[in-house]
Design a protein around this ligand. Structure first.
Ligand code: TA6
Length: 306
C-alpha cells in the first residue's frame, strides 16, 4: 500500500481529499464545504463516516469499540462483504463475509466534479490464498450530498466464478423502536434466527421489537428508513442487487460482540444491499457485474404542534 504522502501527491484533491496514516491503516478524509464530510478506510475500502451538509446527524453508525488494526473487520460504516456473504458456503472456518473488508485496497483514481469526490479502489487478489480464481474487484465511491458506492466484480479467468456479496450498511437512527423500514412489502425473506422455518412473506413496513436478522430475496426495491424522531428518511436506492438484509442485534447479540458497545444496539440498523443465498451471481469468463447503492437523506417537515 502506498504511504499517505505518496497518496496525497498522486490522488489528493487540495482541501477536498487528503490521506492520513492511522494505526497501520490509511484514512481518506473528505471535506466538501456545503456538501458533505466523510472518512474512508483504505483497509476494507470502507466508508466509516458520512454526513451531508444539511444533515444534523451522521447517517452511518460506527462502533466506538471498533478495531482499526488492519487485521479485523471494522464494525460500522459500510463494510464490503465479498465474494461471499455470511459463512463461506464450503469452508465455514474461513472469515465471515469474505475477504474484501479485511484486505488493504489500493487507490486507483480520484476526482472532483460538482461538489462530488470520486474515489476508486482496486483489490489485488492474484496471490490471495482465499481466492483461487483470477477475479478482480473494484469499489468506486462518489461522495457528496448523496453517497454512491459501486462494487464491480470481473471474472478474468476461463471458468465460471460464483459469488455472493453485500454492502453491509450500518445506519445511525434515533431509536430502533421508533423507526420503520419500507420497501420490502410482499417480499420473501429467510429469518436467519430460524433458518429451518423456510421463507416468510413481508407484510407492510418492518418494525423492530427484538433481534432481527432477515435476508430478503428477489428484492430489487429501494428501501427507506423512516425516522420521524430525527425528522428524516434515509433512502437507499440500489442496482445490480437482488437481496436486502435487515439486521439489528438487540441486547444479547450486542453484548456478545466485543467490538459493539452493549448499550448501542437501539441506535443502529443495518439495511444491506447485495446478492445473497439463492440470489448469488455467476460470471462466465471475462464477464463483469456491478452492484451499487445510492443513499440520500430526506428531511421531513416538522410535524405541526398538537
Ligand atoms: O448482516 C447480518 C449478519 O450476517 C448477522 O448475521 C451478523 O453476523 C452480522 O452480519 C455481523 O457480522 P460480522 O461478521 O460483521 O460480525
Amino acid at each position: 500500500m502506498m504511504d499517505s504522502a505518496s497518496l496525497n501527491t498522486e490522488f489528493g484533491l487540495a482541501k477536498h481529499l487528503r490521506f492520513e496514516a492511522q494505526d497501520g491503516n490509511i484514512l481518506a478524509l473528505i471535506d466538501i464545504p456545503g456538501a458533505a464530510q466523510a472518512v474512508v478506510s483504505l483497509f476494507g475500502a470502507q466508508v466509516l463516516f458520512w454526513r451531508p451538509a444539511h444533515s444534523l446527524q451522521p447517517v452511518l453508525w460506527a462502533s466506538s469499540l471498533a478495531s482499526y488494526a488492519p487485521t479485523k473487520a471494522i464494525r460500522g460504516g459500510i463494510p464490503v462483504c465479498w465474494p461471499w456473504f455470511g459463512a463461506h458456503p464450503v469452508e465455514p472456518g474461513l472469515p465471515a463475509h469474505g475477504v474484501a473488508r479485511i484486505r488493504a485496497w489500493r487507490v486507483i483514481a480520484s476526482g472532483l466534479d460538482n461538489d462530488v469526490v470520486m474515489l476508486k479502489f482496486g483489490l489485488n487478489l492474484d496471490q490471495d490464498p482465499l481466492i483461487p480464481q483470477p477475479v478482480g474487484c473494484e469499489v468506486t465511491l462518489r461522495i457528496g450530498a448523496t453517497l454512491s458506492i459501486d462494487v464491480r466484480t470481473h471474472n478474468r479467468g476461463q471458468s465460471e466464478f460464483v459469488f455472493t456479496e453485500a454492502l453491509h450498511s450500518y445506519f445511525s437512527i434515533s431509536n430502533i423502536e421508533a423507526i420503520s423500514v419500507d420497501g420490502l412489502d410482499t417480499r420473501q425473506y429467510l429469518d436467519q434466527l430460524n433458518a429451518t422455518a423456510g421463507l416468510h412473506t413481508q407484510a407492510g413496513s418492518i418494525r423492530f421489537s427484538g433481534e432481527t436478522d432477515r435476508i430478503y430475496l428477489r428484492a430489487e426495491d429501494r428501501c427507506v428508513i423512516n425516522d420521524p424522531s430525527w425528522g428524516r428518511r434515509l433512502r437507499i436506492a440500489k442496482h445490480g442487487s437482488q437481496s436486502t438484509v435487515v439486521w439489528n442485534p438487540w441486547i444479547d447479540k450486542a453484548a456478545a460482540m466485543g467490538d459493539f458497545p452493549n448499550d448501542d444496539w437501539p441506535y443502529m440498523v443495518c439495511v444491506e444491499s447485495g446478492n445473497c443465498l439463492t440470489d448469488r451471481i455467476t460470471l462466465q469468463a471475462c464477464q463483469s457485474h456491478v452492484t451499487g447503492i445510492r443513499i440520500d437523506v430526506e428531511t421531513l417537515a416538522p410535524s405541526p404542534p398538537p
